[in-house]
Design a protein around this ligand. Structure first.
Ligand code: CO
Ligand code: ZN
Length: 328
């Protein structure tokens, strides 16, 4: 599983620029599913037919996009001014190594602020080593998106850190589930969605065309097991988290029950998750057409939306076994 996570976190895939990630996933799944297509939003939709023609249509959704910084202006001195794409924070980005799709690298820096002023996105700039505006514009264009430079390393025996763990760890999980699933009664549609970080836009169109009976988002969630953090009451290494609620959705209670029961059948640890903020593709899926039964299986993650998002491989394994048991 580590190798798959490493492979998927290494690919450039800013929000709205997910094609490279979709290309890689297509090569990983093309022999394992009955059909693969992409829609106009860039969603990769992989369908595996069930044996029962009257079976349900179950949609899984993991988002391919990764938050970043879009170039909004270039200064005379060659520094790039940026705007956020998704929930990047000033705190997490000071003096970080960033990279553009074309390989151009930079350092994102916060300029000094006046006394009493709160540092904001307007105080950040990217230094790409250009001497002036013309040289900068020969390297990048307005509208290019810089991401925290790819990285993926192990911490201790079970943990892995990467800037793109949200949500490539769930892309890896979803790929592994589809590779290992085998025959099922219901049809399973694995959607690798786009633009989740700016409002679950990909999942919205995918759910409309897929027409699922049940939708399950796969995403990271936060943790409550580091100093001075309490919510959600979710711990790394304690298993797959089954979401009860976040700010974007209230999970269907019967689906929550069935997912927890599947975890029990599979003999893996699960945790119940109540997140007072955040949201996943489930928020878009549940509101599609006449409404869809929806929920989320989460991977507990520390330091979400930083350059070092940390997960525990045992939780990914638990989520994989839970999902396979549920879909069987
Ligand atoms: Co996110
Ligand atoms: Zn996410």
């Amino acid at each position: 599983m580590f190798e798959l996570i490493q492979q998927l976190t290494n690919v450039y895939g800013a929000t709205g620029r997910e094609t490279g990630v979709a290309d890689l996933i297509e090569t990983l799944l093309k022999d394992k599913v009955d059909s693969i297509r992409r829609d106009a939003m860039g969603n990769l939709i992989c369908e595996k037919k069930g044996s029962d023609p009257n079976g349900k249509r179950i949609m899984l959704s993991a988002h391919m996009d990764h938050i970043g910084f879009i170039v909004a202006a270039v200064e005379k001195e060659g520094f790039l001014r940026v705007a956020p794409v998704g929930g990047v924070s000033v705190d997490a980005s000071r003096t970080r190594h960033v990279r553009f799709a074309n390989g151009v690298q930079g350092v994102i820096v916060q300029q000094p602020v006046k006394e009493g002023e709160t540092p904001a996105m307007k105080h950040l700039f990217i230094d790409i080593g250009a001497a002036d505006e013309a040289e900068a514009l020969s390297m990048i264009q307005l509208g290019d998106i810089a991401l925290y430079a790819p990285d993926c390393f192990r911490l201790g025996q079970y943990r892995v850190a990467s800037p793109a763990m949200d949500d490539r760890v769930a892309c890896a999980l979803q790929v592994a589930v589809m590779q290992e699933l085998g025959e099922t009664r219901d049809t399973v549609i694995a959607v690798f969605s786009t633009q989740e970080e700016v409002g679950c836009r990909g999942a919205k169109t995918a759910a409309y065309s897929v027409e699922p009976d049940i939708g399950i988002a796969l995403d990271v969630t936060c943790n409550g097991d580091t100093p001075e953090t309490k919510l959600p009451a979710v711990k790394l290494g304690e298993g797959a988290a089954v979401k009860i609620m976040d700010r974007g959705s209230i999970s269907n209670p019967e689906l929550v029950r069935d997912l927890l029961a599947a975890g029990e059948r599979a003999g893996v640890k699960t945790q119940r998750e109540v997140l007072p903020f955040g949201g996943t593709d489930a928020s878009a899926i549940q509101l599609s057409r006449g409404g869809v039964i929806a929920g989320t299986v989460s991977i507990p993650c520390r330091y979400v939306h930083s350059a070092c998002e940390v997960i525990d491989l045992r939780d990914v394994q638990a989520a994989k076994e839970l999902l396979k048991a549920y879909l069987k």
